[in-house]
Structures are given as C-alpha cells and as structure tokens.
Design a protein around this ligand. Structure first.
Ligand code: ARG
Length: 244
C-alpha cells in the first residue's frame, strides 16, 4: 500500500520535474555500442538478457558474480559456462544479425561471493574466442560516472533491450552507509540520485569514470528511488585479484 502510494507520488514528481519514465537504464538516454565497443550483453543461449559486462581483454569480460550464478532459492551454484553467451556490437539485442556472439569457455567467480548484498560480486568470463572490439582498462572511482545497460527503464517495465546510459553522482562511503544498510566500504561503491540509476538487467554492466571501468552494477532497492543509490562492485579494490 505504502509502496503503491510512493510509486504514484514518484510518478507525479517525475512528471512535474519534466522527467519521464519512458525516457529513462532509469533517467538515461539511448546509447550506441559503436561509441562504447567494450560494453557487452550477457545472454542465455536463446538470447534472453541476463546481465551486462565489459570487455577488458579480447577474450575476458568483467561482470557481476551473481550474473554467473544459477537463480533459485538459496542457490549459490555457478551457472555453467555453456549457459552463457557474450554479445558484442549489438545496440538493439533484438537485431540478432548485428555484432558478434561468443561462447564462454570458463567462468571465474570471486571465491568470497555468497549473495549479492554481501559483496565480492565480481566475475571474469573467459571467452571461447577473442572478440574484435576495443577493450576498457580498469580505473578508480571519482565524483561521477556513466552506467550503461540494456535493462529496465523503470522498476516494473520489461528490459529496454536497446543500450542506454545515464550519468550518476558517486557518493562517499559515509553517505552510502547511511542510505544502504547492506553497504560495506572497501569493495563497494554507491552512486545515483532519485531518478537516475541502473535497474534490473543492468547488473554486471559497467560504471565508467574518466574512460575507465570503475564499477560493476551489483544491487539496489528498487530503481532510481529517492535516497536509494545503486550499489556497485568497486573494481579498484579487486584489481590484483582478477588475474588478467
Ligand atoms: N541486481 C540487478 C540485476 O540483476 C541490478 C540491480 C541494480 N539496481 C539498481 N537500482 N541500481 O540486474
């Protein structure tokens, strides 16, 4: 009941402030893979969107550990590599003739990963063959970043399936701790402001700061809610662990 009223209120505020949920990643704009060739989608073999990711070497994709984990109550099992595909060069995932798909040869999940809100939500997929796309280097966080993905444009819509991006402010650890009870300084960062956020389907996707990969979409309470920033895996914390 409270949630519903809040949703109505949020919609009214969005309308009044000129934002539109259809214009929404949430609150963003259309993007083209030609401009960010290292952004990839992770799908099932039959083309269902699972997550986003980023090409960090010709045959390596950084994503979230939960993207490579089987769903289901209490399941912590790794999703078999045969059940994952990496799609590069495809702005609109419905246009199956665009870009390139690669099979996954190996999945490395951070050994500390247990569940999404507990951290260590990072994985590296090794592709069955190298992809001919520009890669992105790892980097540090800053004051703001850009998050990209094919996911939902609002909490209850289907995924956009076309690439979108939004610029989000990166908050300090002390603000993140206040706003997100599961936030743990160190391996996480939080970003976003009411109206601008990643959403379901964007998980594993890149948060880019000054042209480098600073974070991976991990979790959030709803999407783009006031005072509920999105939580990301802070890659600088894991640089020496990732092994590429
Ligand atoms: N865990 C979600 C996924 O699997 C992404 C969550 C991001 N949510 C957010 N509000 N930033 O796609």
């Amino acid at each position: 009941m409270r949630g519903k009223r809040f949703a109505v209120l949020a919609a009214v505020i969005a309308l009044v402030s000129g934002a539109s949920t259809a214009d929404a990643i949430v609150g963003g704009t259309p993007a083209r893979v030609a401009d960010t060739p290292w952004v990839v989608a992770i799908t099932t073999p039959d083309g269902q969107l699972i997550c986003g990711g980023a090409l960090v070497a010709a045959d390596k994709v950084v994503t979230a550990a939960h993207c490579a984990t089987l769903k289901g109550v209490m399941s912590r099992n790794q999703r078999p590599a045969e059940q994952l595909r990496v799609v590069a060069g495809r702005t609109d995932l419905r246009v199956k003739t665009d870009g390139t798909e690669a099979a996954v040869a190996d999945v490395w999940r951070h050994p500390g990963f247990r569940e999404v809100t507990k951290g260590d939500d990072v994985a590296v997929l090794t592709l069955a063959r190298p992809l001919p796309y520009r890669t992105i280097a790892l980097g540090d966080a800053g004051d703001e970043g850009t998050v990209l993905g094919w996911g939902r444009t609002a909490e209850n819509t289907p995924p956009a399936m076309t690439l979108r991006k939004v610029t989000v402010p990166i908050l300090s650890d002390s603000e993140c701790v206040l706003k997100e009870p599961d936030y743990r300084p160190g391996g996480m960062l939080c970003a976003g402001r009411g109206g601008r956020d990643a959403c379901t389907g964007d998980s594993g996707g890149p948060l880019v700061v000054r042209g480098r990969l600073a974070g991976v979409v991990s979790f959030g309470r709803g999407c783009a809610r006031a005072d509920e920033p999105g939580v990301y895996t802070r890659l600088a914390h894991y640089r020496s662990t990732l092994g590429f």
